[in-house]
Design a protein. Structure first.
Length: 276
């Protein structure tokens, strides 16, 4: 199987062109190939597939083999892959995400290759049933919750996948390997959740670390950056345009009346061929 290793702000996936032929066992392939010691090493596997509703469809599998609905960093790399590989010559494309939503992307091309991508990420939702989150009311905005004997202030946002945005004074010193799994698998999240631990630096800058559902800590999460910016905006902590600073780099987020726009890089690391 031919593959391409790519990353967006350090959020790395293995990309496979399935526009002509599907992959037989993508869940098993993701589990095997994502292993950083015995596989290629990645946060997961993304398949680029045909779509009858958009230019392309992306199928996302976490490193534990589970299915994901959306990946903001991944979709930027899908756009780069499709353009750089000649699957399209358009600089404005549409991609059907794993949750069935259509995303629209604008590509910046330099010297024949995509360097950055702006993604219309769609409208966020804070309705508890959309996330889902239970037992905390119809919306969870700035709500105190008890986890591991400590009170945290949390806002929940759906970007097509579930996010718990948690305010944290010391993001750098956070023991995320200990607290992250407790949020991810907490009973208030029946489908588990991605958790962003964030500190608002000023009204235009936010620091963030993320514990992703099914993957653990990653260097970046595009949907998480959007959820974080929107949560801060809804809590009156920032304006409509912010830079989210992640371990792997920065993402520019803009909140409009109808949607959230995310702009960031997409990078090819290497290509290869592997037996499954």
């Amino acid at each position: 199987m031919k593959f391409t290793k790519m990353h967006g702000c350090g959020n790395d996936y293995i990309y496979v062109d399935c526009t002509r032929e599907p992959l037989a066992d993508p869940n098993g392939a993701a589990l095997k190939l994502s292993d950083r010691h015995f596989g290629i090493g990645s946060d997961g596997l993304i398949l680029i597939c045909p779509s009858d509703r958009a230019d392309f469809r992306m199928a996302i599998y976490n490193s534990d083999g589970s299915v994901a609905g959306m990946c903001g960093n991944g979709i930027r790399c899908v756009a780069k892959y499709c353009y750089d590989k000649g699957l399209t010559d358009k600089t404005a494309i549409s991609v059907e995400a794993g949750d069935g939503r259509i995303k629209y992307l604008d590509l910046t091309v330099e010297n024949g290759a995509v360097t950055k991508v702006k993604v219309d990420m769609g409208a966020p939702s804070v309705a508890a049933e959309d996330i889902p989150v239970v037992g905390l009311g119809p919306e969870v905005i700035g709500v105190p919750v008890q986890v591991r004997g400590r009170e945290w202030t949390m806002t929940c946002v759906s970007m097509g996948n579930p996010h718990a945005v948690v305010w944290c004074d010391d993001v750098d010193g956070l023991k995320i390997q200990e607290i992250g799994p407790l949020f991810e698998s907490h009973p208030m999240f029946p489908d588990r959740a991605n958790t962003e631990f964030v500190k608002v630096l000023d009204r235009e800058n936010i620091q963030m670390r993320v514990w992703e559902r099914g993957a653990g800590e990653t260097l970046a999460c595009g949907t998480g950056a959007c959820a974080t910016a929107y949560a801060a905006f809804r809590n009156g902590l920032c304006g409509r345009k912010v830079t989210v600073h992640l371990l792997g780099g920065d993402l520019e987020i803009e909140i409009t009346d109808d949607t959230i726009l995310m702009t960031g890089p997409a990078t090819t690391v290497f290509e290869g061929e592997v037996d499954l």
